[in-house]
Design a protein around this ligand. Sequence first.
Ligand code: GLU
Length: 434
Amino acid sequence: MTVHDTARVVAQRIQNTEINPYEMMLQQLDMVHEYTNIPEGIWRILRTPERALEVNVPVVRDDGSIDVFTGYRVQHSSARGPCKGGIRFHPGVTVDEVKALAGWMAWKCAVVNIPYGGGKGGICCDPTSFTPGELERLTRSYASMIYPLIGAKRDIPAPDVNTNAQVMNWIVDTAQVLSGESTPGIVTGKSIEMGGAHGRHEATGRGVMFATLGVLQRLGIEIEGARIAVQGFGNVGSIAARLLHEHGASIIGISDVSGAYHCPVGFDLARVLSYVETSPGRLLAGLQHPGVEEITNDELLAMDVDVLIPAALEAQITASNASNIRARVIVEGANGPTTPEADLILGEKGSVIVPDILANAGGVVCSYFEWVQNIQCFPWEEKETNQRLGQILQRSLREVWSMAEERGISLRLAAFILGVERVATAIQLRGVFP
Ligand code: GLU
């Protein structure tokens, strides 16, 4: 399968699914409702995004033809601070997906208690079909069309699925051309030379590592020799796998859109990482590794492991495959990988799930550090970033774990209660206006 074929298959898979991510986010919110005393009117505010912008972005192809791509920027809440959240380029992007992701960002920033609201952006496109020049034109046109909404004190984009530091550099430069001012804090996840933070590239994966270590320690499971399967081998999955491997874990299952692979004795991560560094589309397809057998995506999810890390897209663990899952612990590197129905099935089985809004918060926490450094024009060393990242994530896990224990509820419910209540409090303190 070529890179284009796999992108098409994924897009089709997403479009064919009955699962609407926004409905999923609302169902999660509704589950929290009965555990809080938030007034009805405030609930109505929490359930809807403040603002959703649709843009249709024309791109001149290298051959002179013009294509138009639909994109979005959604601001779920600005009650706790400027909206914050990534931008994804993916064929499965819809307004409801972006709305869901914007809501999750609001709860995520509140759970880890950084001074942001929640937002998200995306363009429905197949990024593998663009030349570098076309990708730059797409990014800059999109940036100029969402420009009225974004700003270091308004709404701060960052990388997400299929976007990276280069894409962020183009956005910050476009903003600078439009405003005539240097505003590095308008976007995070930039290259270091453009004001990016040391450690930002690895931060989401590092956060997943902290979450995994923290929960295994509480459950009395040794990290040394722990068997781990990772779905999705992009920025989050591959870095989490590498860092956990460095802590002694054995990564026995990995996958991406091109396929899933099982290595019972554990992958040689250095070898896999150096392969994807130069493989077409940075995919695992064609990986040569001793003792590896190809399996299906469903087999990967059902592997007999201590920890499963879904680090791909939303709605991967559903009512139809949840009962097959054997992992004792699930650490959600992706946003929304588990549907609410699957969550209930896993809860009954006794699986421990570290929810996305806590487990993958490392990226946005480090984005916050980058923004602080940009505002102060004072860069930090990577050591300081990683240390502070660890402190924030460990504190957040402690808070969520204690609440879950005290109230006898799941970690997801506890994280949602903590996050949603913080947003609700900010709304109430501000008062309802206009
Ligand atoms: N896209 C990442 C997320 O979903 C990071 C967002 C950010 O850094 O603003 O959390």
